[in-house]
Design a protein around this ligand. Structure first.
Ligand code: COA
Length: 440
Protein backbone atom coordinates (compact mmCIF):
# COMPACT_ATOMS: atom_id res chain seq x y z
CA UNK A 1 0.00 0.00 0.00
CA UNK A 2 1.25 3.50 -0.85
CA UNK A 3 2.30 5.96 1.85
CA UNK A 4 1.68 8.94 -0.44
CA UNK A 5 -1.59 9.80 1.28
CA UNK A 6 -2.24 12.95 -0.71
CA UNK A 7 -2.91 10.63 -3.66
CA UNK A 8 -6.01 9.27 -1.88
CA UNK A 9 -8.42 12.14 -1.30
CA UNK A 10 -10.51 12.52 1.80
CA UNK A 11 -13.55 10.23 1.84
CA UNK A 12 -16.27 12.23 0.00
CA UNK A 13 -19.21 10.52 1.73
CA UNK A 14 -18.02 11.38 5.24
CA UNK A 15 -16.90 14.86 4.18
CA UNK A 16 -20.39 15.54 2.81
CA UNK A 17 -22.07 14.17 5.95
CA UNK A 18 -19.99 16.42 8.23
CA UNK A 19 -20.53 19.34 5.84
CA UNK A 20 -24.25 19.25 6.62
CA UNK A 21 -23.27 20.09 10.24
CA UNK A 22 -20.95 22.91 9.16
CA UNK A 23 -17.82 20.82 9.82
CA UNK A 24 -14.89 20.16 7.47
CA UNK A 25 -13.18 16.76 7.22
CA UNK A 26 -9.65 17.38 5.97
CA UNK A 27 -6.36 15.64 5.43
CA UNK A 28 -3.62 17.39 7.36
CA UNK A 29 -0.55 18.42 5.40
CA UNK A 30 2.02 16.97 7.79
CA UNK A 31 4.78 18.98 6.09
CA UNK A 32 3.03 22.11 7.42
CA UNK A 33 4.42 21.92 10.95
CA UNK A 34 2.04 24.58 12.29
CA UNK A 35 -1.07 22.74 11.07
CA UNK A 36 0.29 19.33 12.07
CA UNK A 37 1.38 20.71 15.46
CA UNK A 38 -2.18 21.90 16.10
CA UNK A 39 -3.51 18.49 15.08
CA UNK A 40 -1.07 16.75 17.48
CA UNK A 41 -2.07 19.17 20.24
CA UNK A 42 -5.74 18.39 19.66
CA UNK A 43 -4.99 14.67 19.80
CA UNK A 44 -3.13 15.07 23.12
CA UNK A 45 -6.05 17.07 24.52
CA UNK A 46 -8.50 14.39 23.37
CA UNK A 47 -6.59 11.77 25.39
CA UNK A 48 -6.26 14.12 28.40
CA UNK A 49 -2.49 14.31 27.96
CA UNK A 50 -0.66 17.48 28.94
CA UNK A 51 -0.30 20.13 26.23
CA UNK A 52 2.74 19.33 24.10
CA UNK A 53 5.70 21.71 24.23
CA UNK A 54 7.83 22.55 21.18
CA UNK A 55 10.37 20.01 22.51
CA UNK A 56 7.85 17.17 22.86
CA UNK A 57 6.21 18.03 19.54
CA UNK A 58 9.44 18.01 17.52
CA UNK A 59 9.97 14.21 17.35
CA UNK A 60 6.29 13.63 16.57
CA UNK A 61 6.30 16.19 13.75
CA UNK A 62 8.98 14.19 11.98
CA UNK A 63 8.28 10.69 13.31
CA UNK A 64 4.58 10.67 12.39
CA UNK A 65 4.78 12.73 9.21
CA UNK A 66 4.21 9.73 6.94
CA UNK A 67 0.85 8.89 8.49
CA UNK A 68 -2.46 9.79 6.97
CA UNK A 69 -3.69 12.26 9.59
CA UNK A 70 -7.21 13.58 9.31
CA UNK A 71 -8.91 16.35 11.26
CA UNK A 72 -12.45 17.65 11.62
CA UNK A 73 -12.54 21.45 11.71
CA UNK A 74 -15.28 23.73 13.00
CA UNK A 75 -15.10 27.23 11.53
CA UNK A 76 -17.47 28.50 14.19
CA UNK A 77 -15.13 27.47 17.05
CA UNK A 78 -13.04 30.07 18.91
CA UNK A 79 -9.92 28.49 17.40
CA UNK A 80 -10.95 27.16 13.98
CA UNK A 81 -7.43 26.08 13.04
CA UNK A 82 -7.26 23.38 15.74
CA UNK A 83 -9.30 20.30 14.81
CA UNK A 84 -12.23 19.24 16.98
CA UNK A 85 -11.60 15.60 16.08
CA UNK A 86 -8.58 13.59 14.96
CA UNK A 87 -7.77 10.23 13.44
CA UNK A 88 -4.58 8.88 12.01
CA UNK A 89 -3.89 5.77 9.97
CA UNK A 90 -1.14 4.02 8.06
CA UNK A 91 -0.57 0.84 6.12
CA UNK A 92 1.23 -1.96 7.94
CA UNK A 93 1.85 -5.69 7.67
CA UNK A 94 -0.08 -7.74 10.24
CA UNK A 95 1.44 -11.11 11.10
CA UNK A 96 -0.99 -14.00 10.67
CA UNK A 97 -0.60 -17.76 11.29
CA UNK A 98 1.95 -19.47 9.06
CA UNK A 99 4.73 -16.86 9.37
CA UNK A 100 2.89 -14.71 6.85
CA UNK A 101 1.52 -11.18 6.89
CA UNK A 102 -1.43 -9.39 5.32
CA UNK A 103 -1.82 -5.70 4.41
CA UNK A 104 -3.63 -3.96 7.25
CA UNK A 105 -4.78 -0.41 7.91
CA UNK A 106 -3.68 0.64 11.41
CA UNK A 107 -5.97 3.26 12.94
CA UNK A 108 -4.90 5.43 15.86
CA UNK A 109 -5.40 8.83 17.49
CA UNK A 110 -9.20 8.63 17.40
CA UNK A 111 -10.37 11.60 19.43
CA UNK A 112 -13.35 13.90 19.43
CA UNK A 113 -13.14 17.07 21.50
CA UNK A 114 -15.35 17.08 24.64
CA UNK A 115 -17.03 20.12 23.09
CA UNK A 116 -18.20 18.01 20.13
CA UNK A 117 -18.82 14.52 21.50
CA UNK A 118 -21.88 12.31 20.90
CA UNK A 119 -23.04 13.85 17.68
CA UNK A 120 -21.76 11.15 15.38
CA UNK A 121 -18.32 12.55 14.49
CA UNK A 122 -16.37 9.43 15.48
CA UNK A 123 -18.72 7.23 13.48
CA UNK A 124 -18.28 9.38 10.38
CA UNK A 125 -14.47 9.34 10.77
CA UNK A 126 -14.32 5.57 11.36
CA UNK A 127 -16.50 4.80 8.37
CA UNK A 128 -14.25 7.06 6.27
CA UNK A 129 -11.18 5.11 7.46
CA UNK A 130 -12.78 1.77 6.57
CA UNK A 131 -13.66 2.98 3.05
CA UNK A 132 -10.18 4.47 2.60
CA UNK A 133 -8.56 1.24 3.78
CA UNK A 134 -10.66 -0.72 1.28
CA UNK A 135 -9.72 1.66 -1.54
CA UNK A 136 -6.05 1.21 -0.66
CA UNK A 137 -6.30 -2.58 -0.70
CA UNK A 138 -6.08 -3.39 3.01
CA UNK A 139 -7.46 -6.82 3.93
CA UNK A 140 -8.45 -5.56 7.34
CA UNK A 141 -8.30 -2.63 9.74
CA UNK A 142 -6.70 -2.90 13.18
CA UNK A 143 -6.50 -0.85 16.34
CA UNK A 144 -5.82 -0.93 20.07
CA UNK A 145 -8.56 0.60 22.15
CA UNK A 146 -9.03 2.83 25.18
CA UNK A 147 -12.44 1.28 25.91
CA UNK A 148 -13.79 -2.09 24.78
CA UNK A 149 -17.26 -0.64 24.19
CA UNK A 150 -16.53 1.65 21.25
CA UNK A 151 -15.54 -0.33 18.16
CA UNK A 152 -17.80 -3.40 17.88
CA UNK A 153 -20.38 -1.25 16.13
CA UNK A 154 -17.91 -0.78 13.27
CA UNK A 155 -17.23 -4.53 12.90
CA UNK A 156 -14.10 -4.78 15.06
CA UNK A 157 -13.48 -7.52 17.63
CA UNK A 158 -10.62 -8.45 19.94
CA UNK A 159 -8.29 -10.94 18.22
CA UNK A 160 -5.26 -10.83 20.54
CA UNK A 161 -5.41 -10.61 24.31
CA UNK A 162 -2.77 -9.32 26.69
CA UNK A 163 -1.77 -10.18 30.24
CA UNK A 164 0.10 -8.25 32.91
CA UNK A 165 2.27 -10.77 34.77
CA UNK A 166 3.52 -10.70 38.34
CA UNK A 167 6.02 -13.31 39.44
CA UNK A 168 6.97 -14.02 43.04
CA UNK A 169 10.69 -14.69 42.68
CA UNK A 170 10.92 -16.47 46.07
CA UNK A 171 8.76 -19.29 44.68
CA UNK A 172 9.98 -19.08 41.09
CA UNK A 173 13.14 -21.18 41.15
CA UNK A 174 14.33 -21.47 37.59
CA UNK A 175 13.63 -24.92 36.08
CA UNK A 176 13.82 -23.93 32.42
CA UNK A 177 16.70 -24.65 30.06
CA UNK A 178 20.14 -23.23 30.78
CA UNK A 179 20.79 -20.45 28.29
CA UNK A 180 24.00 -20.61 26.31
CA UNK A 181 24.72 -16.89 26.01
CA UNK A 182 25.09 -13.90 28.30
CA UNK A 183 23.45 -10.64 29.27
CA UNK A 184 25.16 -7.25 28.83
CA UNK A 185 24.18 -3.83 30.11
CA UNK A 186 23.88 -1.44 27.15
CA UNK A 187 22.69 2.08 26.47
CA UNK A 188 19.53 3.00 24.57
CA UNK A 189 21.71 4.34 21.77
CA UNK A 190 23.56 0.98 21.61
CA UNK A 191 20.22 -0.77 21.26
CA UNK A 192 18.73 1.50 18.63
CA UNK A 193 19.87 -0.42 15.58
CA UNK A 194 20.25 -3.87 17.03
CA UNK A 195 16.78 -3.82 18.62
CA UNK A 196 15.25 -2.95 15.25
CA UNK A 197 16.97 -5.97 13.75
CA UNK A 198 15.87 -8.30 16.56
CA UNK A 199 12.27 -7.06 16.42
CA UNK A 200 12.19 -7.52 12.66
CA UNK A 201 13.48 -11.09 13.01
CA UNK A 202 10.74 -11.94 15.52
CA UNK A 203 7.88 -10.21 13.73
CA UNK A 204 6.60 -13.10 11.61
CA UNK A 205 6.78 -15.57 14.50
CA UNK A 206 3.79 -14.26 16.45
CA UNK A 207 0.35 -13.54 14.93
CA UNK A 208 -0.77 -10.04 15.90
CA UNK A 209 2.61 -8.34 15.48
CA UNK A 210 2.87 -5.34 13.18
CA UNK A 211 5.79 -3.43 11.72
CA UNK A 212 7.35 -1.12 14.28
CA UNK A 213 8.31 2.48 13.54
CA UNK A 214 11.26 4.55 14.69
CA UNK A 215 9.34 6.80 17.07
CA UNK A 216 7.80 3.77 18.79
CA UNK A 217 11.21 2.10 19.14
CA UNK A 218 12.64 5.29 20.65
CA UNK A 219 9.72 5.54 23.08
CA UNK A 220 10.14 1.90 24.17
CA UNK A 221 13.88 2.42 24.67
CA UNK A 222 13.36 5.70 26.54
CA UNK A 223 15.11 7.79 23.90
CA UNK A 224 13.81 11.34 24.15
CA UNK A 225 12.20 10.66 27.56
CA UNK A 226 12.62 13.16 30.37
CA UNK A 227 15.72 13.00 32.55
CA UNK A 228 14.06 11.21 35.49
CA UNK A 229 12.78 8.42 33.32
CA UNK A 230 16.09 8.03 31.49
CA UNK A 231 17.85 7.70 34.83
CA UNK A 232 15.41 5.02 36.01
CA UNK A 233 15.54 2.84 32.89
CA UNK A 234 17.93 -0.07 32.59
CA UNK A 235 18.61 -1.79 29.31
CA UNK A 236 20.16 -5.18 28.65
CA UNK A 237 21.03 -7.14 25.52
CA UNK A 238 21.25 -10.92 25.31
CA UNK A 239 23.99 -12.34 23.07
CA UNK A 240 24.08 -16.04 22.16
CA UNK A 241 27.10 -18.31 22.57
CA UNK A 242 28.52 -16.94 19.30
CA UNK A 243 28.18 -13.36 20.52
CA UNK A 244 25.19 -12.64 18.24
CA UNK A 245 22.54 -10.31 19.77
CA UNK A 246 19.30 -12.31 20.08
CA UNK A 247 17.23 -10.34 22.57
CA UNK A 248 16.93 -7.25 24.72
CA UNK A 249 14.90 -5.87 27.59
CA UNK A 250 14.04 -2.50 29.08
CA UNK A 251 13.22 -2.41 32.78
CA UNK A 252 13.20 -0.48 36.02
CA UNK A 253 13.94 -1.53 39.60
CA UNK A 254 11.88 -0.06 42.43
CA UNK A 255 12.15 -0.48 46.15
CA UNK A 256 8.71 -1.62 47.19
CA UNK A 257 8.93 -2.30 50.92
CA UNK A 258 10.51 -0.84 54.05
CA UNK A 259 13.34 -3.35 53.81
CA UNK A 260 15.99 -3.04 51.15
CA UNK A 261 15.45 -6.69 50.22
CA UNK A 262 12.07 -6.54 48.49
CA UNK A 263 12.56 -4.65 45.26
CA UNK A 264 10.32 -4.99 42.22
CA UNK A 265 11.74 -5.39 38.73
CA UNK A 266 9.30 -4.06 36.16
CA UNK A 267 10.04 -5.42 32.68
CA UNK A 268 8.63 -2.78 30.36
CA UNK A 269 9.66 -4.49 27.17
CA UNK A 270 11.34 -7.82 26.43
CA UNK A 271 11.97 -9.18 22.95
CA UNK A 272 13.71 -12.45 22.14
CA UNK A 273 14.47 -13.83 18.71
CA UNK A 274 15.22 -17.34 20.02
CA UNK A 275 13.98 -19.61 22.84
CA UNK A 276 17.54 -19.49 24.21
CA UNK A 277 17.37 -15.69 24.48
CA UNK A 278 13.92 -15.90 26.06
CA UNK A 279 15.22 -18.26 28.76
CA UNK A 280 18.39 -16.21 29.25
CA UNK A 281 16.56 -12.94 29.77
CA UNK A 282 13.79 -14.28 32.01
CA UNK A 283 16.25 -16.17 34.20
CA UNK A 284 18.33 -13.00 34.48
CA UNK A 285 15.33 -11.17 35.92
CA UNK A 286 14.07 -13.97 38.18
CA UNK A 287 17.46 -14.47 39.85
CA UNK A 288 18.10 -10.85 40.87
CA UNK A 289 19.27 -10.42 44.46
CA UNK A 290 17.10 -8.20 46.70
CA UNK A 291 14.16 -8.58 44.30
CA UNK A 292 10.99 -10.37 45.40
CA UNK A 293 8.66 -9.44 42.56
CA UNK A 294 9.02 -9.28 38.79
CA UNK A 295 6.22 -7.56 36.92
CA UNK A 296 5.81 -7.60 33.15
CA UNK A 297 2.86 -5.70 31.66
CA UNK A 298 1.38 -6.16 28.20
CA UNK A 299 2.71 -9.65 27.63
CA UNK A 300 1.18 -12.68 25.93
CA UNK A 301 -1.47 -14.51 27.96
CA UNK A 302 0.53 -17.66 27.19
CA UNK A 303 4.06 -16.89 28.43
CA UNK A 304 6.34 -19.96 28.43
CA UNK A 305 8.04 -18.56 31.57
CA UNK A 306 5.11 -19.88 33.63
CA UNK A 307 6.40 -23.38 32.72
CA UNK A 308 10.03 -22.52 33.46
CA UNK A 309 9.72 -22.05 37.23
CA UNK A 310 9.42 -24.58 40.03
CA UNK A 311 6.02 -23.35 41.20
CA UNK A 312 3.56 -22.45 38.45
CA UNK A 313 1.53 -20.53 41.06
CA UNK A 314 4.41 -18.10 41.43
CA UNK A 315 3.50 -16.65 38.03
CA UNK A 316 0.22 -14.71 38.07
CA UNK A 317 -1.67 -13.04 35.31
CA UNK A 318 -2.83 -10.06 37.37
CA UNK A 319 -4.74 -8.43 34.54
CA UNK A 320 -5.87 -10.01 31.32
CA UNK A 321 -8.02 -8.46 28.62
CA UNK A 322 -8.48 -7.61 24.96
CA UNK A 323 -5.65 -5.77 23.28
CA UNK A 324 -5.47 -5.92 19.47
CA UNK A 325 -8.79 -5.48 17.67
CA UNK A 326 -9.22 -6.49 14.04
CA UNK A 327 -11.88 -5.75 11.43
CA UNK A 328 -11.90 -7.81 8.25
CA UNK A 329 -12.69 -5.76 5.15
CA UNK A 330 -11.88 -8.19 2.36
CA UNK A 331 -12.90 -11.70 3.45
CA UNK A 332 -11.24 -13.59 0.58
CA UNK A 333 -7.92 -11.72 0.81
CA UNK A 334 -7.81 -11.99 4.60
CA UNK A 335 -8.66 -15.70 4.75
CA UNK A 336 -6.32 -16.61 1.87
CA UNK A 337 -3.58 -14.51 3.49
CA UNK A 338 -3.06 -16.86 6.45
CA UNK A 339 -2.27 -20.55 6.83
CA UNK A 340 -4.38 -23.14 8.66
CA UNK A 341 -3.67 -26.09 10.92
CA UNK A 342 -5.12 -28.71 8.61
CA UNK A 343 -7.33 -29.41 5.61
CA UNK A 344 -10.99 -28.44 5.78
CA UNK A 345 -13.91 -27.30 3.72
CA UNK A 346 -15.89 -24.53 5.44
CA UNK A 347 -18.87 -22.45 4.41
CA UNK A 348 -19.02 -19.03 6.04
CA UNK A 349 -22.18 -16.95 5.91
CA UNK A 350 -20.83 -13.58 7.02
CA UNK A 351 -23.05 -10.69 8.00
CA UNK A 352 -21.64 -7.15 7.95
CA UNK A 353 -23.98 -4.25 8.69
CA UNK A 354 -21.55 -1.86 6.97
CA UNK A 355 -21.39 -4.07 3.87
CA UNK A 356 -17.63 -4.49 3.46
CA UNK A 357 -17.48 -8.17 4.37
CA UNK A 358 -21.07 -9.29 3.77
CA UNK A 359 -20.72 -12.59 1.89
CA UNK A 360 -21.42 -16.30 1.57
CA UNK A 361 -18.14 -18.05 0.80
CA UNK A 362 -16.55 -21.46 0.64
CA UNK A 363 -13.15 -21.65 2.33
CA UNK A 364 -11.21 -24.66 1.08
CA UNK A 365 -7.99 -25.53 2.86
CA UNK A 366 -5.57 -28.03 1.36
CA UNK A 367 -3.29 -30.49 3.14
CA UNK A 368 -0.54 -27.84 3.42
CA UNK A 369 -2.94 -25.47 5.20
CA UNK A 370 -3.21 -23.12 2.20
CA UNK A 371 -6.66 -21.65 1.57
CA UNK A 372 -8.75 -20.74 -1.45
CA UNK A 373 -11.92 -18.70 -1.01
CA UNK A 374 -14.73 -18.64 -3.57
CA UNK A 375 -18.21 -17.15 -3.52
CA UNK A 376 -20.72 -19.87 -2.83
CA UNK A 377 -23.49 -19.93 -5.34
CA UNK A 378 -26.02 -22.54 -4.26
CA UNK A 379 -25.86 -25.43 -1.81
CA UNK A 380 -22.95 -25.99 0.57
CA UNK A 381 -20.86 -28.98 -0.60
CA UNK A 382 -21.55 -32.28 1.16
CA UNK A 383 -19.31 -32.73 4.18
CA UNK A 384 -18.39 -29.04 4.47
CA UNK A 385 -18.58 -27.38 7.88
CA UNK A 386 -20.88 -24.35 7.87
CA UNK A 387 -21.14 -21.37 10.19
CA UNK A 388 -23.23 -18.23 10.22
CA UNK A 389 -21.49 -15.34 11.93
CA UNK A 390 -21.00 -11.60 11.79
CA UNK A 391 -17.80 -9.90 10.65
CA UNK A 392 -17.01 -9.24 14.32
CA UNK A 393 -16.78 -12.94 15.15
CA UNK A 394 -14.84 -13.76 11.98
CA UNK A 395 -12.40 -10.96 12.89
CA UNK A 396 -12.06 -12.32 16.44
CA UNK A 397 -11.25 -15.80 15.12
CA UNK A 398 -8.92 -14.58 12.39
CA UNK A 399 -5.57 -14.73 14.20
CA UNK A 400 -6.28 -18.18 15.62
CA UNK A 401 -6.37 -17.26 19.30
CA UNK A 402 -10.10 -17.42 20.06
CA UNK A 403 -12.33 -20.45 20.51
CA UNK A 404 -15.08 -21.04 17.94
CA UNK A 405 -16.72 -23.38 20.45
CA UNK A 406 -16.96 -20.60 23.05
CA UNK A 407 -18.48 -18.20 20.54
CA UNK A 408 -21.02 -20.83 19.51
CA UNK A 409 -21.89 -21.47 23.16
CA UNK A 410 -22.14 -17.71 23.69
CA UNK A 411 -24.73 -17.54 20.93
CA UNK A 412 -22.54 -15.35 18.76
CA UNK A 413 -21.85 -17.94 16.05
CA UNK A 414 -24.44 -20.37 14.68
CA UNK A 415 -23.45 -23.83 13.52
CA UNK A 416 -25.39 -24.40 10.30
CA UNK A 417 -24.28 -28.04 10.43
CA UNK A 418 -23.61 -29.93 13.66
CA UNK A 419 -19.92 -30.42 14.44
CA UNK A 420 -18.79 -27.37 12.44
CA UNK A 421 -17.29 -25.60 15.45
CA UNK A 422 -14.80 -28.45 15.98
CA UNK A 423 -13.71 -28.35 12.34
CA UNK A 424 -13.24 -24.57 12.28
CA UNK A 425 -11.57 -24.51 15.70
CA UNK A 426 -9.04 -27.07 14.56
CA UNK A 427 -8.32 -25.35 11.23
CA UNK A 428 -8.07 -21.78 12.59
CA UNK A 429 -6.07 -22.55 15.75
CA UNK A 430 -2.60 -20.96 15.94
CA UNK A 431 0.07 -22.84 17.89
CA UNK A 432 1.56 -19.46 18.81
CA UNK A 433 -0.90 -17.41 20.85
CA UNK A 434 -1.57 -14.05 19.13
CA UNK A 435 0.06 -11.13 20.91
CA UNK A 436 1.09 -7.52 20.37
CA UNK A 437 3.43 -5.99 22.96
CA UNK A 438 2.65 -2.29 22.55
CA UNK A 439 -0.19 0.22 22.11
CA UNK A 440 -0.68 2.24 18.97
C1 COA B 1 -14.60 7.71 21.91
C2 COA B 1 -14.84 9.01 21.13
C3 COA B 1 -13.83 9.11 19.99
C4 COA B 1 -16.28 8.95 20.59
O1 COA B 1 -16.51 10.10 19.80
P1 COA B 1 -17.99 10.62 19.50
O2 COA B 1 -17.92 11.53 18.34
O3 COA B 1 -18.59 11.15 20.74
O4 COA B 1 -18.76 9.29 19.09
P2 COA B 1 -20.07 9.22 18.20
O5 COA B 1 -20.98 10.35 18.56
O6 COA B 1 -19.72 9.11 16.76
O7 COA B 1 -20.67 7.87 18.68
C5 COA B 1 -20.88 6.76 17.82
C6 COA B 1 -21.42 5.65 18.67
O8 COA B 1 -20.45 5.28 19.64
C7 COA B 1 -21.01 5.36 20.94
N1 COA B 1 -19.91 5.80 21.81
C8 COA B 1 -19.16 6.89 21.68
N2 COA B 1 -18.23 6.94 22.63
C9 COA B 1 -18.39 5.85 23.38
C10 COA B 1 -17.73 5.34 24.51
N3 COA B 1 -16.72 6.00 25.07
N4 COA B 1 -18.16 4.17 25.01
C11 COA B 1 -19.20 3.52 24.48
N5 COA B 1 -19.86 3.96 23.37
C12 COA B 1 -19.46 5.10 22.85
C13 COA B 1 -22.12 6.36 20.83
O9 COA B 1 -23.05 6.19 21.85
C14 COA B 1 -22.67 6.03 19.45
O10 COA B 1 -23.47 4.87 19.58
P3 COA B 1 -24.55 4.42 18.47
O11 COA B 1 -23.78 3.86 17.32
O12 COA B 1 -25.35 3.38 19.19
O13 COA B 1 -25.32 5.64 18.12
C15 COA B 1 -14.71 10.24 22.05
O14 COA B 1 -15.60 10.11 23.12
C16 COA B 1 -13.31 10.46 22.60
O15 COA B 1 -12.55 11.21 22.02
N6 COA B 1 -12.98 9.84 23.77
C17 COA B 1 -11.67 10.05 24.43
C18 COA B 1 -10.53 9.49 23.60
C19 COA B 1 -10.73 8.04 23.30
O16 COA B 1 -10.96 7.22 24.16
N7 COA B 1 -10.62 7.69 22.00
C20 COA B 1 -10.71 6.32 21.53
C21 COA B 1 -9.31 5.82 21.37
S1 COA B 1 -9.21 4.12 21.02
Amino acid sequence: MSTDHSATPIDPQSAARLGTDGLRLELVDTADTTAFGRWLTAEARGFYDSTPTPETLAPQLTGLADRRSTGVYDDSAADPSTPVATVSAWPTALTVPGRRSVPAWAISAVTVSPTHRRRGIARVMLEAELRTATTLGASLAILTVSEATIYSRYGFAPAAMKADWRIDTRRARWTGPAASGRVHFVTAEDLREVSTDIVERTRLGVPGQIEQWDLLRDRLLGIGADADRRKALRLVRYDDADGEPQGFAVYTVKESGPEFSSHTVDIEHLVSATDDAYAGLWRYFLEHDLVTTVTAPLRSVDEPVAWQVADIRAAHRVDQHDHLWTRILNVAAALEGRNYAGPASIVLDVDDALGFADCLVLLEIDAEGVATVTDLDGEAPLGAAALSLSVNELSALYLGGMSVGSLVRAGRITELRPGSADVVDHAFHSTVTPWLGFWF
